[in-house]
Design a protein around this ligand. Structure first.
Ligand SMILES: [Mg+2]
Length: 369
């Protein structure tokens, strides 16, 4: 990443809230509103960079209060700071965010947003393609069918299918019988769409394999199955991956892989055939390292998100575009948010991102009250 110099004159951290159109329900809990911590860094030249920490307490154990306090402390220490290596500043700040990777993601996002604005380039140009890949400037996200009733699954599938979505990620893991009915309903409503399942750790390996067999009988095998078992059940994950080899179903770690070390372990132990990378799990720079490692080792990649607003989702889209190695895009959370925070300049109503004419930086400027 190219070095550029600037002086951080002002730094602010604040919680910004937004209502959700639908509660975002998964096997382990739910979001009823967006309440994320945002930061704004301003250089002495008046260039602003923005970052977002999406706190998912029911997934990572991080809290909004601790993330805000952490970001307030770190940003206060940056006022008046002369920066000559944005990447160096991110790496140097990383130990302050132990146990608070959403905070780290916010800091990196803001520093790198400034770096790309100062250079006069889109954010994606900071990330060179992973080996053997080329930048990918247009792509579509999947859409999540959250945990809920059969009628809710049907209604969501119809709405998003009508809007042009062609990849459905169904959350499962709370009620197997209902899960099966919801999957088959989505299949019926959008028969030509790509089917992805995310169990959020809700199954045992045996139950998952039996469930997949049943899906096979209905001709509803998913192209990708995310995190079937609890995060530390590496043996269970490896058993499902082995059983799915050659079946057309990729087995993807999400909760199990939060760092480069986790990714190495997952790959070296043949526990997965795909990895879900998220800024909020590993930060941005380490996320890029995970992606490069996985891509080099022939492991498929999904780029995912927590309950992130248009700022972080757009930054993630840039990241995927630059690296070019993500075969599965799961950047749909703005479709669950109401109002200004849901608007990305490069995302349309059918879930298609187009960064071909992207301006400088990330391209989203949240309003600080
Ligand atoms: Mg997941």
């Amino acid at each position: 990443m190219k070095d550029v110099s600037f002086v951080i004159e002002d730094a602010t951290a604040a919680v910004i809230r937004a209502p959700l159109a639908t509660p975002f329900r998964i096997a382990t809990g739910q979001h009823d509103e967006l309440a994320n911590v945002f930061i704004r860094l301003r250089t002495s030249e008046g260039v602003c960079g923005y970052g977002e920490a999406a706190v998912a307490t029911h997934i990572t154990g991080e809290t909004v209060d601790a993330t805000l306090a952490n970001l307030q402390t770190v940003t206060a220490g940056l006022r008046g700071r002369m920066v000559d290596s944005p990447e160096g500043l991110c790496r140097e700040s990383s130990p302050s965010f132990e146990g608070n990777h959403a905070g780290l993601a916010a800091l990196e996002m803001a520093v790198l947003d400034i770096s790309s604005r100062v250079q006069g380039i889109p954010f994606y140009r900071l990330f060179g393609p992973a080996a053997g890949n080329v930048p990918l400037l247009t792509f579509a996200t999947d859409i999540t069918i959250v945990i809920g009733s059969l009628d809710e699954a049907r209604a969501a599938a119809r709405t998003f299918s009508d809007r042009g979505f062609t990849s459905f990620k169904i959350k499962i893991g709370r009620d197997e019988d209902l899960d099966m009915k919801r999957i088959l309903a989505v299949r019926e409503i959008a028969p030509d769409s790509q089917l992805i399942l995310d169990a959020n750790m809700g199954f045992s390996a045996d139950r998952m394999l039996a469930f997949l067999e049943q899906l096979d009988r209905f001709g509803a095998r998913p192209v990708l199955l995310e995190q079937p078992v609890p995060k530390y059940d590496w043996d269970g994950l490896a058993a499902i991956t082995a059983a799915c080899a050659g079946s057309g179903t990729l087995v993807c770690a999400d909760e199990s892989v939060g760092s480069l070390a986790d990714a190495r372990r997952a790959i070296d132990s043949n526990a997965v055939s795909a990895i879900n990378v998220k800024f909020m799990k590993s930060g941005i720079l380490e996320g890029a390292e995970i992606a490069r490692l996985a891509s080099f080792q022939g492991i498929q990649l999904m780029l995912g998100a927590m309950m992130e607003s248009a700022l972080s989702i757009t930054a993630s889209a840039h990241f995927a575009a630059g690296l070019g190695c993500f075969g599965f895009m799961d950047l749909d959370t703005t479709f669950f948010i109401k109002g200004e925070m849901s608007r990305s300049p490069y995302l349309d109503d059918s879930g298609r991102f187009d960064l071909r004419h992207a301006g400088h930086g990330i391209g989203v400027e949240p309003h600080f009250g």
